[in-house]
Design a protein around this ligand. Structure first.
Ligand code: NI
Length: 172
């Protein structure tokens, strides 16, 4: 396992659509392990492969609290097959948009189809923080960020802040 660098906005890769994995092989499993290690170290509760500059449809999640045993979840080629009409609002953040937190409204429940680490098709019913987290991560696979769900005014303010930070980095 290896710690990987998490890319930040305005990296254009974060706006790209990730490619499905056609075979769950050793490379894919190694990538999932790197993603999990990187997510825990950040720390965060979810990470999409594109956030470590690998535009593949892979997601890792662990939403259990810090004082409870770790419960890593791996999703290969996840696909939302159902969402509830009922919505929920959570304050979201993103490892690719550090230190920014905004309320986002999403479906309160969803069902997701995916391949597990053995390459077997699975389906999971999600609610609460897991529903929000998995919808946030699957958005990443489609080049969508949580700030795309907030007001344009707020989004542009955040984008400007990160564009400026990048310019300053480039200056030294
Ligand atoms: Ni994110």
């Amino acid at each position: 396992m290896a710690l990987r660098t998490i890319i930040k906005i305005p990296d254009p890769l974060l706006k790209t659509v990730s490619t499905p994995v056609d075979k769950v092989d050793a490379d894919v499993l190694a990538l999932l392990d790197d993603m999990l290690e990187t997510m825990y170290a950040a720390p965060g509760i979810g990470l999409a492969a594109v956030q470590i500059a690998e535009a593949k449809r892979l997601v890792v999640i662990d939403v259990v609290r810090d004082d409870e045993p770790k419960q890593p979840m791996y999703f290969i080629n996840p696909e939302v097959v159902w969402t509830s009409e009922e919505t929920a609002i959570y304050e979201e953040g993103c490892l690719s948009i550090p230190d920014i937190y905004e309320e986002v409204e999403r479906p309160a429940e969803c069902r997701v189809r995916y391949l597990d680490r053995e390459g077997t098709a699975q389906e999971i019913e999600c609610s609460g923080i897991l529903a929000t987290c998995i919808l946030h991560e699957i958005d990443h696979l489609n080049g969508v960020l949580f700030i795309d769900h907030i007001s344009r005014l707020k989004r542009e303010r955040i984008q400007k802040k990160f564009a400026k930070a990048k310019k300053l980095e480039g200056a030294d």
